[in-house]
Design a protein around this ligand. Structure first.
Ligand code: PLP
Length: 401
């Protein structure tokens, strides 16, 4: 017998498993609204033109070699990533109070940050919003943190439960870590307003809670990189400390390249440099050092004025297409007279709509209409097109009537 014969079969990942089921479906009308990856109007994956250009530049530069990167990754990439999220004129950057390390996309950045906190921070409890991205609790628990939740979403309004959020953070133990989605909250598409962010900041700082931002959608929510970074910048502006995990998966379409960064904003330059020295001790035994190609693409684009500009145009086009899908779906339901208030479809922001459909309705839509999504009723707006909106609207209409 095998030494692994005792193993039970593990369940599919709740998000990636949706694609597994979709791939098995033979129907020509099948539609995958599960995974959060951008698709064109034609339903195809998109490589940005500016990414192709950057790759071309890299490939034709014969001086480039395949040596190991340092443990913390590509220096230019780190510097430019911090500038992108904190702003070009950020005092924290100017005062050298930020340490940034290249990590394996958003997930890897969260994991390195969590491992660092579990090892060196006095409070090992992290509060995550309810609901949140399904990987969050697993990443933080395995890193050695203890996970608790705070109220976030109000099913009745399909908006923010701001009161519940303030109460939960207000009663969190002093020093606790709080995971905040920088923008385009996944899965709800519900973000605090700037005024609400200001109140959250005030409460968190007064209680000494440590902010850990997950920024997986900068530029993807509003179409504007600075606007989508406002939440983070509000916290950094007060001189306090925080962590930020950045991903270039969505906003540069670099999903499989696994490019991201972890930044830790500290009180002083001296603390930041000691923090960085300890981050290296976290990273070295985990994967030694990060891969070179994706980070080189990002650095090439971020440091070239023209390429950066072209990126912002392509990014805005992706965001705008998603926003137009929201309007089209909303209009399609209105014209069918589908019962219920569907205005949250146009109010929510980012890649996902949290439809409010329950797991039975989702199962019905999969069985009868070959539409695939997570069982919590989250649909990826990026997977929709003008061609497929009517089919989805028919399915939702049938599911709720
Ligand atoms: N955080 C959130 C909220 C996400 O939605 C995602 C991706 O879906 C990630 C982090 C991590 O993505 P990646 O590791 O591909 O950058």
């Amino acid at each position: 017998g095998s030494v692994f014969g005792h193993l039970a079969r593990a369940p599919e990942d709740p998000i990636l498993g949706v694609t597994v089921a979709y791939n098995k479906d033979r129907s020509p009308v099948k539609l995958n609204l599960g995974v959060g990856a951008y698709r064109t109007e034609e339903g195809k994956p998109l490589v940005l033109n500016v990414v192709r250009r950057a790759e071309h530049t890299l490939v034709n530069d014969s001086s480039r070699v395949k040596e190991y990167l340092p443990i913390v990754g590509l220096a230019d990439f780190n510097k430019l990533s911090a500038k992108l999220i904190f702003g070009a004129d950020s005092p924290a950057i100017q005062e050298n109070r930020v340490t940034t390390v290249q990590c394996l996309s958003g997930t890897g950045s969260l994991r390195v940050g969590a491992e660092f906190l579990a090892k060196h921070y006095h409070q090992r409890t992290i509060y995550i919003p309810m609901p949140t991205w399904g990987n969050h609790p697993k990443v933080f628990t395995l890193a050695g943190l203890s996970v608790k939740t705070y109220h976030y979403y109000d099913p009745a309004t399909r908006g923010l439960n701001f009161q519940g959020l303030l109460e939960d953070l207000g009663s969190a133990p002093s020093g606790a870590i709080v995971l905040l989605h920088a923008c385009a909250h996944n899965p709800t598409g519900v973000d605090p307003t700037l005024g609400q962010w200001a109140q959250i900041r005030q409460l968190m700082r007064s209680k000494g809670l440590l902010p850990f931002f997950d920024s997986a959608y900068q530029g993807f929510a509003s179409g504007n990189l600075d606007e989508d970074a406002q939440s983070v910048r509000i916290f950094v502006a007060d001189g306090g400390e925080c962590l930020v995990a950045q991903s270039y998966a969505k906003n540069m379409g670099l999903y499989g390249e696994r490019v991201g960064a972890l930044s830790i904003v500290c009180k002083t330059a001296d603390v930041a440099s000691r923090v960085e020295s300890q981050l290296k001790l976290v990273i070295r035994p985990m994967y030694s050092n990060p891969p070179i190609h994706g980070a080189s693409i990002v650095a090439t684009i971020l440091k070239d004025r023209n390429m950066f500009h072209d990126w912002t145009i392509e990014l805005k086009a992706m965001a705008d297409r998603i926003i137009s899908m929201r309007q089209q779906l909303f209009d399609a339901l209105s014209s069918r007279g589908t019962p219920g208030d569907w205005s949250h479809i146009i109010k929510q922001i980012g890649m996902f709509t949290f439809t409010g459909l329950n797991s039975e309705q989702v199962a019905f839509m999969t069985k009868e209409y070959h539409i695939y999504m997570t069982s919590d009723g989250r649909i990826s707006m990026a997977g929709l097109s003008s061609r497929t909106v009517p089919h989805l609207a028919d399915a939702i209409h049938a599911a709720v009537t």
